[in-house]
Ligand binder design. Structure first.
Ligand code: TPP
Length: 323
């Protein structure tokens, strides 16, 4: 069991990191525009959470590339979306913050901090109303827990008794603002613990995240009520491409780089015999090839036509009023 999980975790974390390193490069070349928020350093949370949760609706923040990959989104469709090409998963009109695919129960990519939390509670309510037992996973940053929509959502999830797993990626910063300047609690799970079961895990350890999420999912299924996990993690890059992230001390950054989720999984997997050097080499090669193909696909895809500007904005009757 641990062996196959280690293989899957390593592959997806590596794929995520490689996709984002390449996206950073392509951004600097001018092939990607708009916002680009990288998950580099935080991959264990994204991968551990998505695989631990299994089936169910997923509501994500704008730092969602690795979450989408782990959910099964094609890297080509992700890369093309970042490039703003018509072949992208959101037809090139959403970009990095708006990867969206209902067929994968993947409901964004949301740009407004905390705005997807009420959506997650609403989706869980709808599932319950229709007699389904599926849970909903809502992922957000520590900064989001200072906003009203966070408290409204955890409150309503308790009142309505709906199975939402609230998963906070605590990387200690909301853009350049450090957590202790804006949050009453540095341990974010304390904000939720009077509402629902709430735990804190090491978000740099993919197995720890996975185990916690598997446990939480069982709780959702058994009791049909919400649950809260805080994963302690760290982003290596700035908040987005517009930010160097140099408000953090070199010592702090070094401390977390030593906890690198991919390197540490590799060391552990080699030591326990879950993976061999050769298996890792083959996976690294395969990842490079997939990313290369994704970039070629994005580069050779066309841009959306001008008429596309007015499509997919309104649905139903409202669509008629658009020229
Ligand atoms: C409602 C709202 N307020 C402000 C912003 C601007 N903004 C974008 S990201 C961000 C920081 C969010 O930090 P956090 O929730 O910790 O997530 P992280 O970026 O660390 O993953 C802010 C304030 C926004 N997008 N939406």
């Amino acid at each position: 069991m641990s062996q196959s999980l280690a293989e899957k975790f390593y592959f997806y974390m590596r794929l995520g990191r490689e996709l984002e390193m390449r996206a950073k490069e392509e951004y600097m070349k001018g092939n990607i525009g708009g916002f680009l928020h990288l998950d580099i350093g935080q991959e264990a949370v994204s991968v551990g959470a998505v695989f631990g949760f299994g089936k169910g609706d997923l509501f994500c923040p704008y730092r969602e590339h690795v979450l989408a990959l782990a959910r099964g989104m094609d890297p080509k469709l992700i890369m093309a979306e970042l490039f703003g090409k018509v072949t992208g998963v959101s037809k090139g009109k959403g970009g990095s913050m708006h990867l969206y695919e209902p067929k994968l129960d993947f409901y964004g990519g949301n740009a407004i901090v905390g705005a997807h939390l009420p959506h997650a509670v609403g989706a869980a309510y709808a599932r319950k109303y229709m007699g389904e037992r599926a849970g909903v996973l809502a992922i957000f940053g520590d900064g989001a827990t200072n906003g009203g929509s966070f408290f409204e959502s955890i409150n309503l999830a308790v009142v309505w008794e709906v199975p939402v797993l609230f998963l906070c990626e605590n990387n200690f910063y909301a853009i350049g603002t450090r957590i202790d300047r804006v949050s009453a609690f540095k341990d974010i799970y304390l904000k939720a613990k009077d509402y629902m079961p709430a735990v804190q895990v090491d978000g740099m350890d993919v197995f720890a995240v996975y185990d916690a999420v598997v446990g939480a999912k069982k709780y959702l299924e058994e009791y049909g009520k919400p649950y809260f996990i805080e994963a302690i993690t760290y982003r290596y890059e700035g908040h987005s491409m517009a930010d160097k992230g140099d408000y953090r001390s070199p010592r702090e950054m070094e401390t977390y780089r030593k906890k690198d989720p991919i390197e540490n999984l590799k060391i552990r997997a080699l030591k326990t015999g879950w993976l061999t050097e050769e298996q890792i080499r083959l996976m690294d090669e395969r990842v490079s090839q997939i990313i290369e193909e994704a970039v070629e696909f994005a580069l050779s895809s066309p841009e959306p036509e001008l008429e596309e500007l007015y499509k997919d904005i309104y649905c139903g009757v409202c669509a008629d009023v658009i020229p």
